[in-house]
Each structure stands twice: as C-alpha cells, then as structure tokens.
Write a protein that binds this ligand. Structure first.
Ligand code: GLC
Length: 748
C-alpha cells in the first residue's frame, strides 16, 4: 500500500467511479482513433505498448516507466487500488494517455473456483461452461483484471502432460465448441462492458503434443495434422471474436511457435483474418535462445516481431532491441505500427480509454451466492460415474454408517486444482465437511483419512481407516492428486495413484465392506486395480470450490451423474498416446489376439497373428472417450437418417429414440460420430461431430434429432485442400465412442 500513498501524495485522485462506457465504436471509428493515436506516438511509446511486465512488489519502482509510456500491459496485479493508481499515471501523467491492459490467468474461476477445464469439458455443456466463464469475468473485472490468458484449447492426448488439466480434452470438436463457450462467457455481449474481459486462446499451437508428455518438449506435427486436429479450435476462437492469442512454448518441427511466421502470419492473419493482438507466452521470446533458434535477445526479438508477436510477455527484448533492429532495417516501421494497431484496437474495444478505472466502491461480487451455486452445478455435471456395481450408489436409507477415508476427503487447497492464483482455500467446501453438514443428521460419519496427502507413503494411518470401514455399512474413499501434481511443468511417467493410496483402498476393500472410490485429480489416472476392488468409482477432475456439496449430493442421489469422459483413460502408461479418433492402420486389432500370459512356450515368430496391439495391455483403454454412467440406464433405438446419398452442399437429418429405462430422472449425453471410410489420406475410425444433453424422466422416451451438414465432414486432404471428399461414411449415435447404433450414407 506504500506505493498508493506515494502516488496519492502528488496525484489528485479523481473520483474513481466507473463512468458509463460509451457504446462500442464501430470498427471504422476504432480504426480512426487508432490512426489518430499512432500519428502522435513516438517510437518509444509504440515500443512501450508492445511491452508487458510482471510488476515488482514495490510498484513505485515502475512509476517512471509507466509515465514514459514504456509499459503497455501488466500481468499478475490484482489489487484494484494499485491498478487504479497505475492506470491514473497512464491516463494523467503520460503524453499519450493510453490505458494499461491488466492480464491474469483466470483459467477456471477468479475467486469462485469452478472445476478445472478438463472437468468442465466432461459436462459436454457449452451453456454451463459459458456461464462459468461469465462468473469468472465478473469477479476478475471487479478487481481491475480486463484480460484473461484463457481458454487453453490445446488438444491433449497424453495424460502424462500435466497441462491436460487445463485443456478441454482430446477431441477437436468438443474443444472447439467449449472453447468458444468460454470466449463468449469471458467477453460477454460487448467487450466494452466493464464486466467483460478479453479472452486469449492459447497456446498457439500444438503444445499438447509434447513428446513423452514432458512439458515444453518439442512437437513434430505435420501440417495436415496441424490443420485437421490442432488448429480448428483456434479457428473457431477467431470466428467467435477472441480478442487476443498467446503463442506456445514448443518448437514444432524445429520452429518455436513464438517465431513461427507460418502459423502467426500465414494462418492466423492471412487465412483467418484475425484482427486482435498476439502476446508471447512468459519469456517465450527470449527462450528462443535456449531453443537454439536465436543467438541472442536481439535476434529473438527480431524473429518474434517479424513472425507476428505483437506483445512481449516479460522478456524485455522488445524494449531492449526494437530501436536497434529498426535502424539496422531488420524490422520495419510498418511491422511495429501494425503490432501497435492490434494492441490499441483491443484496448479501445475494451472501453479502457473511456473507462480505465475499476469501481472500488461497488459492493463485492466475489464468492457471490449465485456464483457458488453455479460452481456447484458445474461440479455436479463434471462428475463422471465410471462404475456402479450392485447399484451401491446412490446411497440409500439402508446405509446408517459411512466411513470416510482418503487424503482428498478434506483437502481444501488440493480440491481446487491447478492454475489457482486467486482462489482461496478457506472458501472450499470439501466432501467431508459437506457430508457432515448436509447428511450428518441422516448417517453416522466415521472419518479416518488413512494417509495425509496424495504422495504420503506412510501406512500407519491405514489401520484406523480399516477400523472405520469395519464399523461402517459403506466406505467412501476420497483419493487422487494434490493440485501441484498437474498443471504447468508437472508431467508424470507413472499415472498410478501416488503414495500409499492403492494400499489404503485395498485394505479397506479387504474388510468386505463396499467401497465407493471418489477420485479428484488433474488428469486420467491408471486406476484399474483400484476400480477392480471398488463397487463404484466417481471421477472428478479437481472440482473446485463447491466440489464437496456437489459430490455429497451425487453420492446421496440428490443429483444424478451425467458427465462423460473428455479424454481416454489408458490402462497403463505404455499405451499412451491413446485417443478415440485414431487411424485404423493396415492391421487393425481383431479382438482375438493372444495376450502375453497365453502365449505358448517356444511359440513360432508368426504364431500370434500380426495386428496392432500390445501383448501385455491389449488394445482397448480402461475407459473410452465419451464414457460415463448414470444411476439410470438408457436405450437407443430406431436410428434413422433423412437420406442415404447426399451432395456436399446438403445436410443429413439424424434421428434416434432414447429411453430412460431406469428409475431415476437423469440426463444422457448422446454423441454422434462419423467415419470417412476411404479418403485420399487415411482417416480416423471415428470423429465426434455432434453431441447433445438429453434430460429424461424415468421411463420417458424422446426422439433426438441431429442435423449434420456435409461441410462438417471437410478436412485437409492429400493435396492440402479443405474439402468434403465423395465416398462412403459410417455414422453412430450412442452413449460413448465405443457403443451406439450404426448406419451409413454416401456423399456424392
Ligand atoms: C505461463 C503459461 C501461460 C500463462 C503465462 C502467464 O508460463 O504457459 O499459460 O498464461 O505463463 O502466467
């Protein structure tokens, strides 16, 4: 607060009320304003706009830089008074009076924390995901943050990669739809609304394909795969009006994204017409020296600017070298002006010129009741029921005593998941506390964690857990990962439950009491043996602030699980990468292969058959993409399509009847997959092309209709043309990527 005292000593503090921002300028007005500003700006001021810093604790150290216009943006400053004070210098003490833009990683909530994006993806509910992003925007903007470094829409097919937690999963279509939902939620109906924050789809591009799932590692994605798998979510983001983009750390086929002119200029600007601005990732400009792509900071700055990176996040290379690079004609003034235009355009669209200050007199919206309720709804819909033998769930009135065990039962910090800069664990409602508060009057709750945290190897606490199990009718085992075990730079080679959690589950299962294993993790884990000894498994990708009440309601049937897996669960790490939209290969798995233990002694070289599988793990995953159970059951009947031959310009109407054949009102997520049977290149065995949530009362039947435009079947073919190729297609509608009713049609 020292800084604010210094500032207010010689600044007349304007009444910091947020004045009504003028309605958004039409683009011609915006461009006119930009040109007016640009004409007046000095080179130093232009370079300043391209410079983002993470400010020191003592903000007075950067007052002069702000006054000279050498800083265009700050990140990781969330004190509204400090933001207003810095902003006031920018608006009152500089020559050009250009507002700062304040950025922050608001990935799955600001204060009210929602499930991690991988969890939200399991809801297959774009509206709910949008509402979650809206809540995050309202809370962040109320503190002066008007730009978030999200959504993260990297396609992630490798659960060894810690950042799979931040992703929306393995599927291009699901990621595209939900990424747009987040952008819509963050940016609202109008970017210059004071509750709107600029979105920043990231990391552009291909970061999730890091070799061996090791974060920051090189990727080798050929252009056709880039265009068919990794780029579409970003294209959808541009079409949705995303205000900014962030480059990725990885070098793809030898070219770091931060210096990759093909993706930043050819694709993003020329092909897609993106008019926002591009920010580097943290110091990714200067990290091109480590890549061996630039010999020093000056060359790194040159390569980044010429590739199309408008703003340098914290490396300081733009401020240090742009003037020199200009003098040496290694970059042009046009390039600098274009970068500054892009940045000014977003600042104008955000209304920052008319409305640079945050209204600190407004009543707090942080942790508002409706925000917490929305976060609970998201946690409910993000939970995936993977197993439920003997209908042990929902817990019924025969259950008088429950044993609550496991290190995640009461872990308020870890339940929030990764990328929580502003979430406060003191607001977390854990499963233990929720069970005690909501159901403690109905059942007796015996609590014995067994181990203290997910990596805890000590086993002396397990005896108490076993004892609790012996005295209970059912055991609820809350296991998983501490939040730090996923997220950036947290990649793993072993996806088994850490510490002594396996032993804990095995020990309580040995009592013969039914075990319900509730997982909270940042990624798919190889939980096959834990699931085997559990009657039921409820999987939650770190469910956030309201995870406890959500899980408690699910366990007791006040809510019914509907989540579906947005990512494939391998049986063992050795199967990775593993995803549903794989190619068929020339020797596809047949299902009758001889597995390791069944191989006869002295077997001849060709005695086992030659197909694509692993002798020790087979072919199938532990759980497939799109999989998830309910307390009810559903039947799919009467699949019919509007035509069996179509032109590429036509649309296919697909209908099926879905019946809730169980005894609970529930929601099914029906999924539509397509296979292009023969292409000019090999095509995936299945691709998700649509999905819909179908609420059904017990016994109810609904006809579900999908409309599939043939243009949705377009892809980049052998000649790299984006076309729908004529030929035979198969189509499925079902509950996951492995089951469903099947039909076929032909595109002429
Ligand atoms: C990090 C991340 C990026 C984040 C940025 C700012 O290293 O890669 O996702 O937005 O730095 O925190």
């Amino acid at each position: 607060m020292k800084f604010i005292k210094i500032i207010s000593a010689y600044l007349i503090m304007l009444p910091l009320v947020s004045c009504q921002s003028t309605p958004g300028d039409a683009s011609s007005n915006v461009d006119r304003n930009i040109e007016t500003l640009l004409k007046e700006m000095t080179l130093e001021e232009k370079i300043g706009q391209m410079n983002q810093i993470s400010p020191p604790e003592d903000l007075s150290q950067i007052v002069d830089l702000v006054k000279k216009g050498e800083i265009g943006s700050v990140l990781n400053l969330v004190d509204p008074e400090a933001i207003n004070a810095l902003q006031q210098i920018a608006m009152e003490e500089t020559r050009m009076k250009i507002p700062l833009i304040v950025g922050r990683d608001v990935i799955h909530g600001f204060k009210t924390i929602f499930p991690i994006p991988l969890g939200q993806a399991a809801s297959f509910n774009p509206e709910l995901v949008k509402e979650g992003a809206r809540v995050a925007a309202v809370e962040a903007a109320s503190q002066g943050v008007r730009w978030t470094f999200a959504p993260m829409i990297d396609i992630a097919r490798d659960p060894r990669w810690g950042r799979i937690a931040e992703s929306l999963g393995e599927d291009t279509y699901l990621t595209s739809v939900l990424g747009v939902a987040m952008i819509d939620g963050f940016q609202g109906d109008n970017l210059n609304d004071p509750t709107s924050i600029a979105a920043c789809p990231k990391h552009f591009v291909g970061y999730g394909a890091a070799e061996s799932g090791k974060d920051y590692n090189s990727t080798f994605i050929p252009e056709r795969t880039l265009r068919n798998v990794y780029l579409p979510p970003f294209k959808a983001a541009v079409d949705a009006g995303a205000a900014t983009f962030m480059t990725s750390f990885n070098d793809n086929d030898g070219v770091p994204s931060t210096g990759n002119r093909f993706i930043l200029d050819q694709v993003l600007r020329k092909e897609w017409g993106f008019t926002g601005f591009v920010v580097s990732d943290w110091a990714s400009v200067s990290e091109m020296i480590n890549h061996g792509f630039a010999k020093d900071g000056k060359e790194a700055a040159m390569k980044a600017i010429n590739a199309g990176v408008d703003m340098d996040m914290v490396s300081g290379t733009y401020v240090a070298y742009v003037k020199e690079l200009l003098n040496e004609k290694k970059i042009t003034m046009q390039t600098i002006d274009d970068a500054v235009r892009n940045i000014l355009r977003i600042k104008i669209k955000l209304g920052l010129f008319e409305n640079p200050y945050v209204d600190i007199s407004a009543s707090s919206v942080l942790y508002a009741e409706e925000h917490l309720l929305k976060a609970k709804e998201a946690a409910v819909q993000s939970a995936i029921l993977l197993k439920n033998d003997n209908e042990i769930l929902p817990l019924n009135e025969s259950i008088k005593t429950i044993a609550v065990v496991g290190p995640m039962a009461d872990a308020p910090h870890d339940q929030l998941g990764t990328w929580i800069f502003d979430g406060d664990k003191n607001y977390t409602q854990t499963p233990l506390k929720a069970l005690q508060a909501e159901y403690g009057d109905k059942v007796r709750i015996l609590y014995a964690p067994g181990t203290a945290y997910s990596r805890d190897m000590r086993t002396e606490g397990i005896a108490a857990a076993v004892n609790a199990a012996r005295n209970a009718d059912v055991v609820l085992a809350f296991v998983g990962e501490e939040s730090i075990l996923s997220g950036e730079a947290h990649s793993l080679t072993n996806l088994d439950l850490q510490g002594a959690q396996n032993e804990l589950i095995a020990a309580v299962a040995k009592t013969g009491k039914p075990v319900v294993t509730v997982v909270m993790a940042g990624r798919p884990l190889t939980i096959g043996r834990d699931a085997e000894v559990s009657e039921a498994v409820l999987y939650n990708f770190h469910p956030g602030t309201m995870g406890g009440p959500a899980i408690a309601d699910l366990l007791f049937g006040k809510a019914v699980p509907s989540g579906k897996l947005p990512v494939t669960f391998p049986k063992v790490v050795g199967q990775i990468p593993m995803y549903h939209s794989h190619n068929n290969t020339g020797r596809p798995y047949q299902g009758n292969e001889t597995m390791l233990q069944d191989i006869p002694l002295e077997a001849g070289q060709t005695s086992l058959g030659n197909t694509s599988f692993h002798l020790d793990a087979g072919f199938d995953p532990l759980y497939p993409f799109g999989y998830g159970l309910s307390y009810s059951t559903f039947s799919y009947t009467n699949l019919r399509i509007s035509a069996d031959k179509l032109k590429t310009t036509e649309s296919l109407t697909v209908m099926t009847d879905i019946t809730n054949t169980g005894k609970y009102d529930a929601t099914e997520i029906a999924q539509l997959y397509v296979q292009d049977c023969f292409g000019s290149v090999t095509r995936p065995v299945k691709e998700l092309k649509d999905f819909t949530r179908v609420p059904l009362k017990a016994g109810e039947t609904k006809t579900v209709t999908f409309t599939l435009p043939m243009e949705k079947l377009a892809y980049y073919n052998l000649d790299m043309n984006y076309v729908v190729e004529a030929g035979e297609f198969k189509l499925w509608v079902g509950p996951n990527s492995q089951e469903g009713l099947k039909t076929a049609f032909v595109v002429e």
